[in-house]
Design a protein around this ligand. Structure first.
Ligand code: 13P
Ligand code: SF4
Length: 355
């Protein structure tokens, strides 16, 4: 739908009034009406880097979800304020690993006698508490663009290392099996709702990767049946998916990668080529609109936006920006100093990984 012209004008005026004092970041899954005001767009890895690279901006307005704003707060200077235009923009995947559950799991790994060899790696899509947990236990953060190097790094940390991968079982499994060459049997799933994660001591001893039972509610909807259906319907179609998709979808795809990778792939694709993309719908629609010379379809029969990403809309953006103009700092995301200290250790380990 077209944006309200009044709100567009107000957003423009507020941005102009704030000038260099504000830096607006937009994740690729944001609505077009919001992306129009982003100084930079990116996947979660690029945005973490970009936030850290703007020390002169007094306000970082983060158009994305809560865990991304927390990471920006951790990586920016103490004087910089990170604003999330709607505090209800969370992430259901990040909510699937709560700090208490992860601490309990760790205690169980200690009891089972395996914790000494476990290196925790958390996907960026997790709360600052979970990142801090990884920092304290010798682990790191990763994103969908560097999960392979992060896992390789983790396996180099101790002889016989095991990785505890949080919170997305699909990214963990897809990376371990398809990029590191491990087998599906090397991976076990820790269910935080069952005693001992639902695993026996023998299973834990044998496992190379312990996957937290979390998933993305958006990417988890793509199915192998639709992949097969589209291949039959559109000859020569290329299937391009995000690694948060189920393993049976990713193994049927032609290409897999982060949102940034998906964009670059489509930009480089020859005119006339056909693509089915398995990622959030705002991005797929934007790509289809930007590349009318390519046949771009969504890898699902239904509409699937990320409902929490979509909470950041033009009214919330305008409200946050106009509040800043009026000298009122609203919706600031502030990670407490102790959590920040350890989460930064885990984030820095990620940023230091070879490119
Ligand atoms: P990337 O930005 O790392 O591609 O992750 C996708 C996602 O689900 C963000 O919430
Ligand atoms: Fe979370 Fe999935 Fe939405 Fe990303 S797309 S914010 S992982 S629910």
């Amino acid at each position: 739908a077209a944006s309200d012209p009044d709100l567009v004008a107000r957003a423009r005026a507020a941005k102009e009034a704030l000038g260099e004092r504000v830096f607006v970041l937009g994740h690729h899954y944001q609505r077009d009406e919001v992306i129009a005001f982003a100084d930079v767009t990116g996947d979660s890895f690029k945005l973490a880097r970009d936030a850290a690279g703007r020390p002169e901006a007094e306000f970082i307005v983060f158009c994305g979800v809560h865990f991304m704003a927390e990471s920006a707060d951790i990586l920016t200077g103490p004087e910089q304020k990170v604003i999330l235009p709607d505090l209800a923009a969370g992430c259901s995947m990040a909510d699937m690993a709560r700090a208490g559950q992860v601490e309990d799991a760790w205690d169980a790994l200690v009891d089972a006698g395996v914790a000494d060899s476990v290196v925790p790696v958390t996907y960026m899509n997790s709360s600052a508490d979970i990142k801090a947990f990884c920092g304290r236990h010798g682990g790191a953060v990763c994103t969908s663009s560097n999960a392979q190097v992060a896992l390789e790094w983790a396996f180099d940390q101790t002889p016989d290392a095991k990785v505890l991968f949080l919170p997305d079982q699909h990214l963990g499994r897809n990376t371990a099996v398809l990029q590191l060459g491990l087998s599906l049997e090397d991976c076990v799933v820790w269910d935080p709702h069952r005693p001992h994660g639902g695993l026996t001591r023998e299973e834990l001893e044998k496992a190379r990767v312990i996957l937290w039972r979390g998933h993305c509610s958006v990417h988890g909807r793509f199915t192998p049946e639709v992949v097969d259906e589209l291949r039959a319907k559109i000859p020569g179609i290329n299937i391009l998916v995000h690694p948060e998709c189920r393993h049976d979808v990713v193994t049927r795809a032609d290409l897999v990668g982060s949102t940034e990778f998906i964009i670059k792939t489509i930009e480089a694709a020859p005119p006339g080529s056909s693509w089915a993309i398995g990622t959030e719908l705002n991005l797929v629609q934007r790509l289809a609109n930007a590349h009318p010379d390519k046949n771009i379809v969504f890898l699902d029969r239904t509409v699937c936006y990320c409902s929490t990403m979509n909470r950041i809309d033009l009214p919330h953006f305008v409200w946050a920006m106009e509040s800043l103009v009026a000298g009122q700092v609203v919706n600031q995301i502030q990670v407490d100093p102790e959590t920040e200290r350890w989460a930064k250790v885990a984030l820095q380990r990620m940023l230091d990984l070879p490119a």
